[in-house]
Design a protein around this ligand. Structure first.
Ligand SMILES: NC(=O)C1=CN([C@@H]2O[C@H](COP(=O)(O)OP(=O)(O)OC[C@H]3O[C@@H](n4cnc5c(N)ncnc54)[C@H](O)[C@@H]3O)[C@@H](O)[C@H]2O)[C@H](O)CC1
Ligand code: K
Length: 471
C-alpha cells in the first residue's frame, strides 16, 4: 500500500488527497448507520488510520462528534494526519487527547469509529490501544472500523492480542484478504487511486529495497555472469551493473581470452576463464558447480549463438534449479528447455518473436500477449521497448522510464546485470519490474548529460541514481 500510495503521489495524486477520500468514505458509511443527531465517538490513533478519521469528523456536521486522540498531538506520526488534527483544533471541534488509558471515557455513543490502527499494526496491541479496544467492545454502540479493525492483521484476519470487534469495516482501494474471515460487513471504498499507480512502475516500487544500515557483505547478493565469446564487453557491463545495483559480489565466467581482457580493465570483478573461444557443453559441469553457490546467475551477455554454445545453454538450464536472468542469444533456448530454474527472460521484441512470442504496436495489447506468453513459458518475461512489459503470467507491470538514446549497444547487458542484482533481494517479478525502472531512470539521467551520444557505460554509472527514492 505504501508503494501504491507513493506511485499515486508521483502521478499527481498526493496522500493527503487519498486521506480526504478515505475519511469521506468513512463518513458516508456512518451516515448509513446512524441518523443525524446521533452521538459518534471517534477513537483515533497516531498514524494515518487515525488521520482518516480526523477527516471523517469534518464530514459529520449533522452528528454529535467527539474525537479521542490516543496520545499527545506531538506524537502523531505523519504530517497529513497532524494537519487534519490541527484543522479540527482550529475549528474548535470537540477533540480530546488521551495519554493514559484510564482517562478514556467514551460515554454512551450510538456509533464508535475505530481509527486506532490499520495496516500499520505490528504485534499485539500495546497500551493505551489495548484498553481502548476493550472499552470500545464494551459499549453498546455500533462499531465502524477504519480500513481494518484495530489489532487485526489485514492479510490474515488474525489478531495477536485483543482487537476491536467491529460491526462494519470501510476498507480502502482493494479488499484485504484478512477481512473476509471476520464476522462483519465490509465496504471497499474507492479512494481515487488510479489503476496506473499499480500498473506502472514508480518510486514506490523502490521502497521494498529499503536498505537496513546493519547490512554487511553478502547480504545484498552474489551474482555470477556467464557470458562472453564473440563479444567481450557484454559480460563485464552486466557484472559491473550488478555491483552498481547493490550486489556485494559479481563474478564473470567467460572464455579465457575474454576473462583476461575483463580482469585487465575491471578490478571490481572476480573473473574465471574457461578454455576455448566460446561456451560449449563440456564447460557446463564446472559452471553448474560455480553457479550453485551464487544467489543469481545472469546468463547470456555476449555468448553468441554458435550451435555448441546454444547446446551448452540448454544443458546448463536443464540442470540448474536456482534463479537466473537469461538475456541475448541464450533466450532462444528457453522455450525448448524443461527446467526447475526460476528464470527472468529479458528479450527485446525481436528476441521475443524468436522465442515464439508475439508483439504488437499498442502497449496495452502487448500486455495481454506478454502475460499469455509468460504463462506459457512458466517464467517471468521483461520485454523491452518504449514501454517495457513485465509479467509472470498473472500480474503485469509496465515501465515507462528510459528513452530512445538507450538503443545503443550494451544497455541490455546493463539491464540484465541490474535485474540480476535485484533478483537477489526481490521476488522475480518485482526484480524485473524494478530492474526496468531503475535502468530506464539511469538512462534518463544519462541522456540529460550526453544527449543522443550516450553509451552503455553512462547508463551503468548512473544506476545508483536510478535507485534513489526522492520522496
Ligand atoms: N492506500 C490506502 O489504502 C490508504 C490508506 N490510508 C490509511 O493509512 C493507514 C496506514 O497508516 P500507517 O500510518 O501506516 O499505520 P497505522 O495508522 O495503521 O498504525 C501506525 C501507528 O500505530 C502504532 N502501532 C503499530 N503497532 C501497534 C501496536 N501493536 N500497538 C499500539 N500501537 C501500534 C504505530 O506506532 C503508529 O503510530 C491505513 O490503514 C489506512 O487507514 C491512508 O490514509 C490513505 C491511503
Ligand atoms: K482501525
Amino acid at each position: 500500500m505504501a508503494a501504491v500510495d507513493l506511485n499515486a503521489e508521483s502521478l499527481g495524486v498526493p496522500r493527503k488527497q487519498l486521506m480526504e477520500s478515505s475519511g469521506n468514505a468513512v463518513a458516508r458509511a456512518c451516515r448509513d448507520l446512524a441518523d443525524p443527531g446521533s452521538t459518534v465517538a471517534i477513537v483515533a490513533g497516531r498514524g494515518n488510520n487515525g488521520g482518516d478519521a480526523l477527516v471523517t469528523a469534518r464530514f459529520l456536521k449533522a452528528y454529535d462528534v467527539t474525537v479521542h486522540l490516543l496520545g499527545r498531538p506531538e506524537t502523531i506520526s505523519t504530517d497529513i494526519a497532524r494537519e487534519n488534527w490541527d484543522a479540527l483544533v482550529a475549528a474548535e471541534a470537540d477533540v480530546r487527547t488521551v495519554t493514559d488509558s484510564a482517562d478514556l471515557d467514551l460515554g454512551d455513543p450510538d456509533v464508535v469509529i475505530d481509527a486506532m490502527l490499520g495496516t500499520g499494526v505490528t504485534g499485539a496491541l500495546r497500551e493505551p490501544e489495548a484498553t481502548a479496544a476493550r472499552a470500545i467492545n464494551d459499549t453498546d454502540a455500533t462499531v465502524l472500523a477504519v480500513d481494518v479493525p484495530s489489532g487485526v492483521d489485514a492479510d490474515t484476519g488474525e489478531a495477536e492480542g485483543v482487537s476491536v470487534a467491529a460491526d462494519h469495516v470501510v476498507t480502502f482501494h482493494d479488499d484485504k484478504p484478512g477481512l473476509d474471515a471476520l464476522d462483519c460487513e465490509v465496504t471497499v471504498a474507492d479512494i481515487g487511486i488510479p489503476d496506473a499507480a499499480e500498473l506502472f512502475t514508480g518510486p514506490g516500487d523502490l521502497i521494498a529495497l529499503g536498505r537496513d544500515s546493519q547490512s554487511h557483505k553478502g547480504d545484498h547478493g552474489d551474482v555470477l555472469v556467464v557470458g562472453g565469446g564473440p563479444y567481450t564487453g557484454a559480460p563485464a557491463l552486466a557484472a559491473q551493473a550488478a555491483l552498481r545495483a547493490g550486489a556485494d559480489l559479481a563474478r564473470v565466467a567467460a572464455p579465457e581470452h575474454v576473462a583476461r581482457e575483463i580482469q585487465g580493465y575491471s578490478e571490481n570483478l572476480i573473473v574465471s576463464g574457461f578454455s576455448g573461444a566460446h561456451l560449449t557443453p563440456d564447460h557446463v559441469p564446472d559452471l553448474l558447480e560455480l553457479a550453485a553457490d551464487r544467489d543469481v546467475v545472469v546468463f547470456g551477455p555476449g555468448l553468441g549463438d554458435a550451435d555448441a554454445t546454444l547446446d551448452a545453454v540448454g544443458s546448463f538450464l536443464a540442470d540448474f534449479d536456482g534463479t537466473a536472468v537469461v538475456d541475448a542469444d541464450a533466450l532462444q533456448v528457453v522455450p525448448e528447455v524443461d527446467t526447475d530454474a526460476t528464470l527472468i527472460c529479458t528479450p527485446h521484441q525481436g528476441e521475443l518473436q524468436k522465442m515464439g512470442g508475439e508483439t504488437a504496436n499498442d502497449w496495452d495489447a502487448r500486455c495481454e500477449l506478454v502475460r499469455d506468453f509468460a504463462g506459457e513459458l512458466g517464467h517471468v518475461l521483461l520485454v523491452k521497448g518504449a514501454y517495457d512489459i513485465v509479467s509472470d503470467g498473472d500480474d503485469v507491470r509496465v515501465n515507462r522510464t528510459g528513452n530512445p538514446g538507450m538503443t545503443v549497444g550494451g544497455t541490455g547487458d546493463v539491464l540484465a546485470g541490474v535485474t540480476g542484482a535485484l533478483a537477489c533481494v526481490l521476488p522475480p517479478l518485482d526484480a524485473a519490474a524494478v530492474g526496468a525502472y531503475v535502468n530506464g531512470r539511469a538512462g534518463d539521467v544519462a541522456v540529460e548529460e550526453f544527449g543522443g551520444g550516450l553509451v552503455a557505460t553512462d547508463v551503468l554509472n548512473r544506476v545508483p541514481a536510478g535507485l534513489e527514492v526522492d520522496e
